[in-house]
Write a protein that binds this ligand. Structure first.
Ligand code: ZN
Length: 342
């Protein structure tokens, strides 16, 4: 089969479009003919290499897959050959206390397609049967592939961790990212007031069309000052963080008393500081969040199929042009998801 493979870490041009053996499935797995694979910031980290994370090389990246079942293992009972599927990106042991209690994103063996195992930037990918999600027939393959990772991440952050309530104020950083555009829709679905940040006024207009009530241009405006103005000096109940070092101080300063900051990543850097006097006297909560559970993703897919949540696809590239797609994603000029068509 054709696949995008890298043999060493580095810039986008380490991604090669080559012929590799088709994966062999285990009894509890299915082989999926990939039709579309969406990119995530995770793909960039995996390609660049992360300290202390020995990515197996050579490696096929890609976490977000939509396609058709091509082959099923001998123990597979819930899906059949030819069926359209979207894949849950998280692959776990399925046996530990976390997994059996439905908190599979806390599994010690958690990984994503395309992270410690081969992913979907290929004509075929193998995956456990339990990762197959019902296909939302209202979506194209490119749109369906754009759903799983960012929507499950945003849902777990806002609903699972921050327990967002109707009427609360939420600051969503990086509204033009995949996870940001998902978070705006989820926060509005739960009846929150959304303040979104982005680097251009054009992106802020798009964020407002998705439902954001207020926009802050983080290049020309100071986030904490705009939040104070919009909230009548109170601050927001929830900050949705995934930017890291570049926005951390602004995020902390934007919290209302008893506010919660929830973070799933640090695209601009991992180092942050906090004034502990501020943390305890304002009774703030700092919440870490990692991916989401399969159960949450099932809920998300139901809402997507009903048209209540919708993936935002910015641009589609052919699989062979994965390197160009990575470079485009790194340029941060997109609004929503960058997807590879297979
Ligand atoms: Zn487990």
């Amino acid at each position: 089969m054709k696949a995008i493979v890298f043999e060493r870490h580095g810039p986008p041009d380490v991604l090669k479009y080559i012929e590799v053996p088709q994966p062999a499935i285990k009894p509890n797995e299915v082989l999926v003919r990939v039709k579309a694979c969406a990119l995530n910031h995770l793909d960039i980290w995996v390609r660049l290499g992360l300290p202390g994370v020995p990515i197996p090389l050579p490696h096929i990246p890609g976490s977000d897959v939509a396609g058709e079942i091509a082959q099923v293992g001998s123990e597979v009972t819930s899906v059949r050959v030819g069926q359209k599927v979207v894949l849950a990106p998280g692959v776990t042991c399925g046996k530990c206390p976390a997994c059996v209690s439905g908190l599979d994103n806390r599994c010690r063996h958690f990984t994503n397609l395309g992270y410690m195992i081969d992913g979907g930037c290929a004509e075929f990918v193998r995956v456990p049967e339990v990762n197959c999600l019902p296909y939302p027939e209202n979506l194209s393959f490119e749109e369906a592939a754009a759903v799983p990772l960012v929507f499950q991440t945003a849902w777990h952050m806002l609903v699972g961790r921050a327990q967002l309530q109707p009427g609360e104020d939420v600051l969503i950083l990086g509204a033009s990212s995949g996870v940001g555009s998902a978070a705006i829709q989820i926060a509005k679905f739960f009846g929150a007031r959304v303040i979104a940040t982005a680097g251009t006024d054009e992106k802020l207009q798009k964020a407002k069309r998705l439902g954001a009530d207020h926009g802050i241009n983080h290049k020309s405006q100071k986030i904490r000052e705009e939040v104070r103005r919009i909230t009548n000096k109170r601050g927001v109940d929830v900050v949705f963080e995934h930017v890291g070092t570049a926005t951390w101080d602004e995020s902390i300063a934007s919290l209302a008393p008893s506010g919660r900051l929830v973070t799933c990543g640090a695209t601009t850097g991992f180092d942050a500081r906090i004034d502990l006097r501020f943390l305890f006297s304002r009774q703030l909560s700092l919440l870490g969040s990692y991916m989401g559970t399969k159960s949450e993703l099932q809920t998300v897919m139901k809402l997507v199929a009903a048209g209540r949540l919708k993936p935002i696809v910015d641009r589609v590239f052919p699989l062979a042009q994965a390197a160009a797609a990575h470079a485009y994603l790194e340029s941060s000029s997109q609004f929503g998801k960058v997807v590879l068509r297979v």
